[in-house]
Design a binder for this molecule. Structure first.
Ligand SMILES: Cc1ncc(COP(=O)(O)O)c(C=O)c1O
Length: 458
């Protein structure tokens, strides 16, 4: 039986329920990436390293809530903090001590966070960061990286997918106020930035290109961007929404020799509850101080109705406390990531490259070349990757969101690394289809074909 039949056979209730979901929701989902063929399973509960679907199948989960759950699902400390908070109220809409506690923990671990503002999502945090960069400099152009994913705000919804030059979405205004630079190529990036001249307000970059392929930035590249920003009078905005508290207790900017003006955080610092953080240098963040600044001077950066709600605050604080008190967690999950990259790389040698850092890993099916940027990732076979992920989901109960990167949490064990490696061996032995490494043109056509096929199957 092929993987699709095996998957359909074990998920009949999910199939039925997803049919209902399609009648109610666009694409049946509330986030585009949650859809996969033939239909996504419908989750009933989660615990530790596992998701359980409505058909009672259990999956070892490497998606881990968009990589937010570094302690796994329903970690006892986070669950207890949430339960205690629920009995005291989950939505105040007023200043609360829970926020002060989480902010103290963040600012202790992240010295660049001299002032903090909370939002309900990472999207909003980056949206406000770019507004603040423009306000602080009086300039209008924001630079982002080819393939950089910073959420769905209109400003940043540019140059996400190959060929990084076409509109990502209708409904957005397309002009020259977002400029895109190559990743891990300092010379070309700097030359584009120099061309922007004194219109450059800020450079927004992730230290590990996440959604676009789990590709670590070279420290020299990031330092080159920082130098370029400093020379120009622009700001460096580091998006650590994926990397913050992922590899160690804090952010990665310090070890890379960076001194960002603004930082965005999310995911892990919310402990699995909705949260985004914009933080940074006091003199820049204070431009948002509506009391100190006149209407002409100030820059509005939100939050919103749900910002700093006490439930998100206590879930984040419980997570950061646990991580601080048990630093061995990082050693373990980073080692699991290293082991997984090594064993998958060995098994798929000649067919795939496994990228990542610490507890993050992603497989790229390519017979040649090393993947160092989003263009390289786009040239790899997305179809082979999805086939691999669906195969291990259907036969081995291992869930990596098809086509995406995986993350270890403290709920995983080294046995899971072994199971993942063995499942990958079985896939490699069974999968006879050629991966046909794509040229950029092929990659572009393949993406268009896949998008059309997906559209017609709905
Ligand atoms: C680097 C990065 N920035 C921003 C975002 C957007 O965050 P959110 O999905 O919470 O809006 C994401 C989401 O995955 C991300 O990976």
């Amino acid at each position: 039986m092929g993987w699709e039949d095996a998957y359909r056979k074990k998920t009949p209730l999910s199939g039925d329920l997803f049919g209902r979901s399609k009648r109610l929701h666009v694409n049946g989902v509330s986030h585009n990436i949650r859809f996969f063929e033939p239909y996504p399973f419908v989750t009933a509960s989660s615990h530790g390293k596992s998701l359980v679907d409505v058909d009672s199948n259990s999956y070892t989960d490497y998606w881990m809530g968009h990589w937010a759950l570094v302690l796994g699902h329903r970690h006892p400390a986070v669950e207890a903090a949430l339960a205690a908070q629920l009995s005291r109220g989950w939505m105040y809409g007023t200043v609360n001590e829970q926020t002060i506690e989480l902010s103290q923990m963040i600012s202790d671990a992240v010295p660049a966070a001299e002032r903090i503002r909370y939002t309900a999502s990472g999207t909003e945090a980056v949206m406000y960061a770019s507004r603040l960069a423009r306000a602080a400099t009086g300039r209008d152009v924001i630079a982002k990286v080819d393939g950089g994913w910073h959420g769905y705000a209109s400003d940043m919804l540019k140059t996400v997918n190959w060929p990084f030059s076409e509109p990502e979405s209708t409904g957005c205004i397309h002009d020259d106020r977002i400029v895109s630079i190559p990743y891990n190529d300092t010379e070309r990036a700097v030359s584009i930035l120099e061309g922007v001249g004194d219109r450059l307000a800020g450079i927004v970059v992730e230290p590990v290109l996440g959604g676009a392929g789990c590709i670590p930035a070279q420290a020299d590249y990031l330092r080159g961007l920082q130098e370029c920003a400093r020379k120009s009078g622009a700001l460096l905005v580091l998006d650590e929404i994926v990397t913050g508290f992922r590899f160690g207790h804090g952010c990665v900017y310090e070890e890379m020799g960076l001194d960002p003006d603004l930082l965005t955080l999310g995911k892990i610092v919310g402990g699995g509850m909705p949260l985004g953080v914009l933080c940074g240098k006091e003199e820049i963040m204070e431009i948002a101080n509506a009391k100190a600044m006149s209407r002409k001077e100030r820059c509005y950066i939100g939050g919103g109705t749900f910002s700093a709600n006490p439930a998100s605050m206590v879930a984040g604080a419980a997570t950061l406390r646990e991580l601080k008190e048990s630093p061995a967690i990082y050693e373990r999950i980073n080692q699991m990531g290293r082991d997984a990259r090594a064993s998958l790389g060995r098994t798929l040698e000649g067919r795939a490259q496994v990228t990542g850092r610490g507890s993050l890993f992603m497989t790229h099916f390519t017979e040649s070349g090393s993947v160092v940027d989003a263009a390289g990732a786009a040239r790899c076979s997305g179809q082979s990757l999805v086939r691999y992920h669906m195969h291990i989901m259907a036969y081995d109960g291992i869930f990596i969101l098809p086509g995406k990167l995986g993350a270890f949490s403290s709920a995983h064990t080294f046995d899971d690394v072994r199971d993942l490696a063995e499942a990958t061996e079985r896939f490699a032995a069974a999968d006879t289809e050629s991966i046909s490494p794509a040229s950029p043109q092929d990659a572009r056509e393949r993406m268009a074909r896949e998008a059309i096929a997906k559209f017609h199957s709905l």
